[in-house]
Ligand binder design. Structure first.
Ligand SMILES: [Zn+2]
Length: 412
C-alpha cells in the first residue's frame, strides 16, 4: 500500500492510500474510516443491504479476537476469511481486539497477549499469531502488542513494560512473518503504546518507526481514563514523531468531535464502531456536518428533552445503555416518536429515510423486531460515511475549522 498526501493543513492530512487489493487497483481516501464488522460481517446487514449504502469504505475491519475461535474451520476452507465470509474482493484490516468489547487488564505477560472472544480468554503467542494470520489472509493487520489499559491509568513501570513487550512482539512477529512467502505482501501495522507517559509514547513511536511496518496504530486512547487535553497533546506528539508517508490509525475514538480532534492532530483512519454502538441503543445519528450553512442555523434538531422534562413513563422505557447516548443522536425508543411521521433526517438519501418514518422505527423497537436494527444500521452507517466525506471536502476547501466549529457546537 502507498499513501500519497495531497494537502496538510493545520495538522490534518488529506490523501489517498493506493495499490490496495489483489490487483492493486483499489484506493482508500484519508481522513477516512474502515467498515466495522462482527465476525466478518457488517452488523445487522447482508451483502445486499450493504449495497444500498453509499460511500462504504473500501477497507473492511475484522477482529482477531472474534475470528481466532473459528481458525480451524477457516483453515480447512483454505481460502481465507474474505472469501469465507462472502467478501472475496474485500481489502481486510485485522485488529487484535474488537473496539466494542472491553479487555480486562492483568492478563498479558512477556510471552502472551490475551484476546477476549465470545468463549472467553485466548492466549496469543507470536507463533500462534502468525499462524492465525496465515489462515485469515488479511491485507493489513495490527501486530501483536501489549496495549492493556487499566482503569484509572497504568503505573510508569507497567507502561514501560508495555512498550518493551510490544517492541519485542513486533520483532518476533516480523521475523516469523519473513519465513512465509504468502504473508510478504501484507502490511504490518505497528502499535504505538505508552499510556499517558510522553517519553514512553515517543520511544514507542520512534522505535516502531525503525521497523519495516506499513502503518501505525495509536493504541490505548479509547476509554475515559485520560482527559481530552492529555489525549490530544499525546496524539499530537506521537504523530509528529512518525514518518509522514505511512497511515496512522486509531481505535475507539469515533464520536464526531473526537474524530475531528484526532484528524486535526494528524490521524488518518478510524474504525466505524460508533454508528454500530448508536444502533445498538436504538438511536439514529442526526448531527449536522454540512459546513456550507450558516453556523447559527446548523443544528438539525434540538435533541431529546432533558430528564427533568421527560415524564416518568418515558424515563422507565429507557435502557441502561442510554447513559452512553451522545448529543449527536436521537433515541427512537422515546414515546415522542410514536406519531412522528418524518424520516430520521429530512432529505437523507439512505434507504431507511427514503422508505420509512421515525414512528415506524419506534414501533419496530417497541415490539423488538429485528428490522429496527437493520434500518438504523443502514442510516447510521451512511450518515457516518458521509461525515467522513464532508471532512475530506472541508479539508480540500480549507474549511475544516468551520466544520470542526459546527461539530463542537453540537457536542455536549
Ligand atoms: Zn437516513
Amino acid at each position: 500500500m502507498k499513501l500519497t498526501l495531497s494537502k496538510i493543513s493545520t495538522g490534518a492530512r488529506l490523501g489517498v492510500i493506493s495499490s490496495l487489493g489483489r490487483n492493486g487497483a483499489q484506493t482508500l481516501e484519508v481522513p477516512g474510516c474502515l467498515l466495522y464488522t462482527k465476525t466478518g460481517s457488517p452488523p445487522h446487514l447482508t451483502h445486499d443491504t450493504l449495497q444500498t449504502i453509499d460511500g462504504v469504505p473500501s477497507v473492511t475491519h475484522i477482529t482477531l479476537s472474534t475470528l481466532v475461535e473459528h481458525q480451524e474451520v477457516i483453515e480447512e476452507y483454505k481460502e481465507g476469511i474474505g472469501k469465507f465470509a462472502g467478501m472475496p474482493d474485500a481489502i481486510l484490516y485485522c485488529s487484535l481486539h474488537d473496539p466494542v468489547t472491553p479487555c480486562p487488564a492483568g492478563y498479558n505477560t512477556n510471552k502472551v497477549v490475551s484476546l477476549w472472544g465470545t468463549g472467553g480468554r485466548l492466549e496469543m503467542t507470536p507463533q500462534k499469531f502468525v499462524s492465525a494470520q496465515r489462515v485469515l489472509r488479511a491485507d493489513w493487520f495490527q501486530c501483536l502488542s501489549d496495549g492493556e489499559v487499566t482503569p484509572g491509568g497504568n503505573s510508569k513501570k507497567r507502561i514501560k513494560k508495555s512498550v518493551d513487550r510490544s517492541l519485542a512482539f513486533l520483532d518476533q512477529c516480523l521475523q516469523l512473518l519473513a519465513k512465509h512467502e504468502e504473508l510478504k505482501h501484507c502490511a504490518v501495522i505497528g502499535a504505538v503504546e505508552g499510556g499517558e507517559q510522553l517519553d514512553e509514547r515517543l520511544r514507542s513511536a520512534r522505535e516502531t518507526a525503525k521497523r519495516p511496518v506499513g502503518g501505525f496504530l495509536l493504541d490505548g486512547f479509547h476509554g475515559s481514563s485520560m482527559d481530552r487535553d492529555t489525549k490530544l497533546s499525546l496524539i499530537s506528539a506521537v504523530t509528529d514523531a512518525l514518518p509522514e508517508d505511512k497511515p496512522r490509525l486509531i481505535h475507539g475514538m469515533g464520536r464526531p468531535d473526537e474524530v475531528l480532534d484526532c484528524v486535526q492532530k494528524g490521524v488518518d483512519l478510524f474504525d466505524s464502531c460508533f454508528p454500530y454502538q448508536v444502533t445498538e441503543r436504538g438511536c439514529a445519528l442526526v448531527f449536522n456536518h454540512c459546513y456550507h450553512l450558516d453556523p447559527e442555523t446548523t443544528v438539525v434538531e434540538k435533541n431529546e428533552p432533558s430528564d427533568g422534562e421527560r415524564n416518568g413513563d418515558e424515563r422507565e422505557e429507557l435502557d441502561a445503555d442510554d447513559s452512553e447516548m451522545t448529543s449527536f443522536e436521537i433515541c427512537l425508543k422515546e414515546k415522542r416518536f410514536q406519531e412522528d411521521f418524518r424520516p430520521l433526517i429530512e432529505g437523507c438519501a439512505c434507504f431507511s429515510c427514503r422508505r420509512h418514518t421515525r414512528a415506524y422505527i419506534h414501533h419496530l423497537l417497541t415490539v423488538k423486531e429485528l428490522l429496527a436494527g437493520i434500518l438504523l444500521m443502514i442510516h447510521n452507517f451512511q450518515h457516518y460515511f458521509n461525515f467522513f466525506s464532508s471532512i475530506r471536502s472541508a479539508l480540500r476547501e480549507g474549511k475544516l475549522d468551520v466544520l470542526a466549529g459546527i461539530i463542537r457546537k453540537q457536542a455536549s
